[in-house]
Design a protein around this ligand. Structure first.
Ligand SMILES: Cc1ncc(C[n+]2csc(CCOP(=O)(O)OP(=O)(O)O)c2C)c(N)n1
Ligand SMILES: [Mg+2]
Length: 369
């Protein structure tokens, strides 16, 4: 084993210092444009999440999951990838979709499950899938994406592609069988995979202390023969740096990396959860002081790229984008009944045609032609 694999990854990698400057030894040295793009994507994510949760409370969509407080992970990892890399996502990184160029309008459509929704209303809200951005469908069962990403990385290796596969999962997902299978396969194969564990302290109501007896989640990497890196998940520059390093390692043929991004889930688990039943306000308030957007704003201001005026304008613009997306989507009808049947098989088998016919008859819509 190499020394990087042996190292006990206890220390948390930080690039952003408390005074808003970057540690010069670790600074990924992003261009001005890149800094502004990252900040804008984080703001758009925060605003979209807030607005969509309100829609759920109003009964206009039936479910939503926010990523509040975790925006630096989705956006920071995305900023270290290229468009040719593949992402096998979970539900807590809408910022990755936005950074990779998915339109808010298309994400809102998926939450409505209407005719603009590319999953035709067949998935729960927030279970996005966007082929053009190399973003695989989000799966509800915990951990399944980890083996998918291992497979994608193994295929890339066999094709000799100069790309990596990146997947996200939570602290709770490290207890799934698929975590073991995925990391084990990728480790043995030396596949170019980046495993990003978003340790937000909770798996619904189960605290991470009850999830594992391991000292850190990054330690688990050692058993699979890959480096485990602990990074401050609320420090977007640290997330970029760790992802860049993992990507380069993957492309050099040295295999996968497990990144444990230490963060905090500011909101409930989902719109169905009431976190006040199992954690204190004090805990949430304390964690809120490490807001990833505020910290990166300070940094951008110090670089002369941001100020209060720009900030206000950006939040207003982000709200406008979401409000327009909602207004437009609310006018779009639900998918046609036939859409349940039409793109399942190249030629509809008689058994399925019969079900469709029965359904149309039941609705008084006549026989299927
Ligand atoms: C196999 C499976 N078991 C249980 C669930 C129900 N479930 C949905 S999310 C979740 C907790 C996940 O926690 P974590 O991995 O820490 O991710 P987080 O929600 O904190 O981002 C559970 C138990 C599920 N979706 N799939
Ligand atoms: Mg969690």
């Amino acid at each position: 084993m190499s020394s990087t694999v042996d190292a006990a990854p206890l220390e948390v990698l930080r690039v952003l210092r408390d005074d808003g400057t970057a540690d010069p030894d670790l600074d990924p040295k992003l261009s001005d444009e890149r800094v502004v793009a990252i900040l804008k994507a984080m703001i758009q994510t925060r605003v979209m999440d807030e607005r969509m949760l309100t829609l759920q409370r109003q009964g206009r969509i039936f479910f939503y999951l926010v990523s509040t407080g975790q925006e630096a992970i989705g956006v920071g990892t995305a900023a270290a990838l290229t468009a040719d890399d593949w992402v096998v996502p979970s539900y807590r990184e809408p910022g990755c979709f936005l950074y990779r160029g998915v339109a808010v309008k298309d994400m809102v459509a998926q939450c409505y499950g209407n005719q603009w929704d590319n999953t035709h209303g067949r998935q729960m809200p927030v279970h996005y899938s966007f082929r053009a951005q190399n973003m695989v469908s989000i799966s509800s069962p915990i951990g399944t994406q980890i083996v998918h990403a291992a497979g994608v990385g193994m295929a890339m290796k066999r094709k000799g592609a100069q790309t990596v596969a990146l997947t996200y999962f939570g602290d709770g997902s490290t207890s799934s069988n698929d975590f073991h299978s995925g990391l084990n396969f990728a480790g043995v194969d030396k596949a170019p995979v980046i495993f990003v564990c978003e340790n937000n302290g909770w798996a619904i109501s189960l605290p991470v202390e009850k999830q594992t007896a391991a000292e850190t989640l990054a330690h688990k990497a050692i058993a699979y023969g890959m480096p485990g890196v602990r990074v401050d998940g609320n420090d977007v520059l640290a997330v970029v740096k760790a992802t860049q390093d993992a990507r380069e390692r993957g492309l050099r043929g040295e295999g996968p990396t497990l990144i444990e991004a230490v963060t905090y889930r500011m909101g409930g688990h989902s719109s169905s959860d009431d976190p006040t039943r199992y954690r204190s306000d004090h805990e949430v308030e304390t964690a809120g002081q490490r807001d990833p957007i505020e910290r990166f704003k300070d940094y951008a201001e110090k670089r002369g790229l941001w100020n209060a005026e720009l900030n206000e304008a950006e939040f207003a613009a982000a709200r406008e984008v979401v409000n327009k997306a909602i207004k437009d989507n609310e006018r779009v009808p639900k998918p046609e009944l036939e859409s349940l049947f039409t793109d399942v098989y190249a030629e509809m088998p008689p058994s399925l045609a019969r079900v469709l016919e029965e359904e149309r008859e039941a609705r008084g819509e006549g026989k299927f032609p």
